[in-house]
Design a protein. Structure first.
Lengths: 67, 171
């Protein structure tokens, strides 16, 4: 359980920092950089979440389906 | 514990990089202003006191602050010590000092072109060339001030935030 909470905090942290970066870059008119930063943050988090969901599916498979 | 120390190091390093970049941005208008006052003094030396060029450069070096004073010092030294033209001496000493200033390519070209005219005309057309260079530098200064207002804060917060992001990603 401890690991899961860690990962939630990590995602939240990345979200906050990326949001800040986006606003800062947006304010000075570097819209394209802001969008790239947001996109990369999103992709990184997507990978994290994908591995966790993969874990979940493996567990479901091992509980309900044949090995 | 070690992880924490590493995280602090990363954040401190990126923050320092951000502050250094913003110092570079705020240094540029100041140095452009210095450059302008140097050219004005040079004009006064040429027009009113008829000083020879190496003497004028030496006086300017004494008046000005660090990066520009080394430039005029080197220029005066080259004029006296070596067998060279004013144009070459001006350009080589400009190149030598340019790395240690916060100034950019545009200013370099302006100063280089000014060096090509230096000492080749009578006093009045020399004065006109100085005026022309001053107006070019004025334009660059306005640009530099605009860039400073726009990017100074951004660079600072960008340094800190990118450090934070790096720490979170690596943790």
């Amino acid at each position: 359980m401890g690991l899961e909470v860690d990962i939630i905090f990590k995602i939240a942290g990345v979200g906050i920092v990326v949001a800040f970066l986006h606003t800062v870059l947006d304010q000075v008119g570097k819209k394209e950089y802001a969008q790239w930063v947001t996109l990369f943050g999103f992709i990184y988090i997507l990978f994290q979440v994908a591995t966790i969901v993969d874990d979940l599916f493996q567990k479901i498979k091992s509980v309900f389906l044949f090995q | 514990m070690v992880k924490l120390i590493g995280a602090i190091f990363i954040i401190v390093a990126t923050t320092v990089i951000g502050f250094e970049a913003s110092r570079h941005l705020s240094e540029r208008p100041r140095q452009l202003r210095d450059l302008k006052s140097a050219l004005q003094s040079l004009e006064a030396e040429i027009m009113y006191s008829h000083t020879p060029l190496h003497e004028a450069a030496r006086r300017l070096a004494a008046q000005l602050s660090k990066p520009l004073s080394t430039f005029f010092d080197g220029f005066a030294g080259k004029l006296i010590d070596t067998e060279t033209t004013v144009k070459q001496a001006w350009e080589t000493s400009l190149r030598e000092v340019w790395k240690s200033t916060a100034l950019k390519k545009g200013e370099f070209e302006i100063m280089k072109q000014f060096g090509e005219t230096l000492g080749r005309h009578d006093r009045f057309s020399q004065q006109k060339h100085i005026m022309l260079t001053l107006s070019h530098l004025e334009r660059e200064e306005a640009n530099a001030i605009q860039a400073q207002l726009k990017y100074e804060k951004m660079v600072k917060s960008l340094g800190f935030l990118s450090g934070l992001l790096l720490v979170i990603l690596l943790f």
